[in-house]
Design a protein around this ligand. Structure first.
Ligand SMILES: NC(=O)C1=CN([C@@H]2O[C@H](COP(=O)(O)OP(=O)(O)OC[C@H]3O[C@@H](n4cnc5c(N)ncnc54)[C@H](OP(=O)(O)O)[C@@H]3O)[C@@H](O)[C@H]2O)C=CC1
Ligand SMILES: CC(=O)[C@@H](O)[C@H](O)COP(=O)(O)O
Ligand SMILES: [Mn+2]
Length: 394
């Protein structure tokens, strides 16, 4: 069997680098044919390009000639001769890379900037292994309409878990989906205790090592709000049949409850290489993709309800999803801007979700969902968020 040809978008990030680890561990199964990144780490991208010997590399920002020189230097150092991948540069580079044609596109870009690459990947007919949840959430029905059944395979750990649990039942047998949340670094704190937490504290995730945006979203529980919408869109389960439970160990990645009261859960130590490998190999599992639970050691798994007063983001996300149209795009865009402001020291932690709520309350939605109306709503939400934040004082 020929190895599957893989395109990795966001190759220099947490998901992207782990995806290359997965490919390295199973070279007979997977071959990377193209990479893209934002351009914030050209040295790493050049090394990855030489290591994987890709045909094409894309960068959103940065000088393509600098990237070419770095690739030449990395190739010389590795003793690789006659290596000259095509370089795409500019804001549409990942979209072009996503469209080059392959078996699986892994979208590991962070943020809703991943929407057009997601649509481009779907347009080629390739499987879309989706880590970039934002593109599905903001695109909603648009992305679903562009995908054929089964074309999107979730990489997000909870949704990979649910997809695995659903293999054991029919749609009619599903009662509800139960997403687990670690609770983040501030689990157990009251809303008052959250006011003065620092960016550094917000980035100290208890169980996962991830990029800045998703880590901050885990701390505010915005990530879980986004994931409820993601689950609703991926699995066609109504929002009122999707629950969140806090599970601080992040070993049970999510569960499905069936109509007879039976619950099936997927469990494994927190390691994204497992859902990445399954996303690339779907429906087949990749042997030894990650370590399994070690039953020779005493261990406890605990579960507790979510404190929706201290962490209102999940309810807010559900409301945005119920309103539909461009509301989820506004929820996400306002959050992306507010998270950036929090890390720049311009606002408090609790201002993030408060600002998202107030921007959503001013939004009137769009009559038609198109790429343009989503991008317009995002632009409006980002500007409105920055206006509000400009007038707020720490
Ligand atoms: N990390 C994890 O364990 C998990 C992540 N996810 C999701 O996966 C996605 C990626 O997360 P993560 O890997 O943590 O994020 P990182 O911040 O670690 O990586 C983001 C990647 O996106 C690239 N990028 C940024 N802007 C652009 C752009 N305009 N065009 C192309 N590439 C761009 C970055 O490139 P560069 O920095 O070189 O500029 C980098 O390669 C997010 O949607 C996240 O929610 C979901 C589950 C788990
Ligand atoms: C690993 C992964 O899938 C992340 O999206 C994870 O869900 C973050 O953890 P919490 O949001 O549960 O803290
Ligand atoms: Mn997740």
């Amino acid at each position: 069997m020929q190895p599957r040809k893989i395109v990795i978008l966001g190759s220099t990030g947490s998901i992207g680098t782990q995806a290359i680890d997965v490919v390295d561990a199973a070279p007979h199964r997977f071959e990377v044919v193209a990479l893209s990144a934002g351009g914030g780490n050209l040295e790493l991208l050049a090394q990855q390009a030489v290591h994987t010997k890709v045909q094409a590399v894309g960068i959103a920002k940065g000088d393509p000639q600098v990237l070419r020189r770095l690739i030449d230097a990395a190739a010389a150092e590795a003793g690789v001769r006659h290596f000259a991948p095509e370089i795409f540069a500019g804001s549409d580079a990942s979209t072009r890379i996503a469209g080059i044609g392959c078996d699986v596109v892994l979208n590991g870009i962070t943020g809703s900037i991943g929407l057009e690459p997601t649509l481009a990947a779907l347009g080629t007919g390739a499987t879309l292994a989706l880590a970039n949840k934002e593109s599905l959430i903001v695109g909603g029905a648009l992305v679903k309409a562009a995908a054929s059944p089964g074309q999107i395979v979730p990489v997000d750990s909870e949704h990979s878990a649910i997809a695995q649990c659903l293999r054991s039942g029919t749609d009619q047998e599903v009662e509800k989906l139960i997403l687990t949340a670690s609770g983040g670094p501030f689990r157990g704190r009251t809303r008052e205790e959250l006011h003065n937490v620092t960016p550094q504290e917000a980035l100290a995730h208890p169980t996962w090592d991830m990029g800045l945006m998703v880590t901050t979203n885990s701390a505010s529980l915005v990530n879980k709000g986004l994931e409820v919408i993601e689950a609703h869109l991926l699995f066609d389960v109504p929002l009122d049949r999707i629950e969140v439970v806090v599970h601080p160990q992040s070993v049970v990645h999510s569960m499905v409850q069936f109509v007879d009261g039976s619950i099936i859960a997927q469990a494994s130590p927190p390691d994204m290489r497992l859902p990445i490998a399954l996303g690339l190999g779907w429906p087949d599992r990749v042997p030894r993709a990650a370590q399994a639970c070690d039953w020779t050691q005493a261990t406890s798994w605990t579960f507790e309800p979510l404190d929706t007063v201290a962490f209102p983001a999940v309810d807010l996300a559900k409301d945005a999803a119920k309103q539909g149209s461009t509301f989820p795009a506004v929820f996400n865009a306002a959050n992306e801007e507010a998270v950036e402001a929090f890390h720049a020291g311009r606002i408090r932690f609790t201002d993030i979700v408060d600002t998202v709520e107030s921007v959503l309350s001013e939004h009137s939605g769009s009559s038609e969902l198109t790429v343009e109306s989503v991008l317009d709503a995002e632009r409006w939400a980002r500007a409105r968020t920055l206006d509000r934040l400009a007038s707020s004082t720490l």
